[in-house]
Design a protein around this ligand. Structure first.
Ligand code: FES
Ligand code: FES
Length: 157
């Protein structure tokens, strides 16, 4: 069985599994990291959104063999700092009481963090186009509160 090593939420992990197993199932079923949710498995719903090397991606559509030893994967479990202090985006989510059923919310937060970071790296604030570019589906329709939370977190990141 092939051996795969990468960094997950700041710690090196290793798993033995076939090359074509997609990363979402490695995270959830083999490593017990269940923040990234399974919705479609097709890179459409974005419920599984996590970060690879700081950028948003969808592990349901990436075979584990595509992940290199130096890659850093971050899931919602790795967003708080080492002392347990929540990320400003998580704080904003609580302040704005964003979640309804909650299923899409880890992916929404991870997408939002990556989007704000990318805009800041370009030295600018989020635009309406950036918000429209966040394609994560919410069955409960929390989109308005999501936008309000992102706007308030942006100022603190
Ligand atoms: S489960 Fe990954 S995009 Fe839907
Ligand atoms: S809060 Fe229910 S799917 Fe988004």
């Amino acid at each position: 069985m092939p051996h795969h090593t990468f960094t997950l939420n700041g710690k090196q992990v290793s798993v033995d599994t076939e090359d074509n197993v997609r990363l979402l199932w490695v995270l959830r079923d083999l490593l017990g990291v269940t923040g990234p949710k399974y919705g479609c498995g097709l890179n459409v719903c974005k419920a599984c959104t996590s970060h690879i090397n700081g950028k948003a991606f969808n592990p349901c559509s990436v075979p584990v063999s595509d992940i290199k030893a130096g890659d850093e994967i971050t899931t919602i479990e790795g967003l708080a700092d080492d002392s347990g202090q929540l990320h400003p985006m998580q704080e904003a989510w609580l302040e704005h009481d964003v979640a309804q059923c909650g299923y899409c919310q880890p992916g929404q937060i991870m997408a939002a963090v990556a989007k704000v970071k990318a805009a800041k790296a370009e030295g600018r604030e989020l635009t309406d186009a950036d918000f429209d570019d966040i394609r994560n589906i919410c069955r409960c329709g929390t989109y308005f509160r999501i936008r309000e939370a992102i706007k308030s977190a942006e100022a603190k990141m």
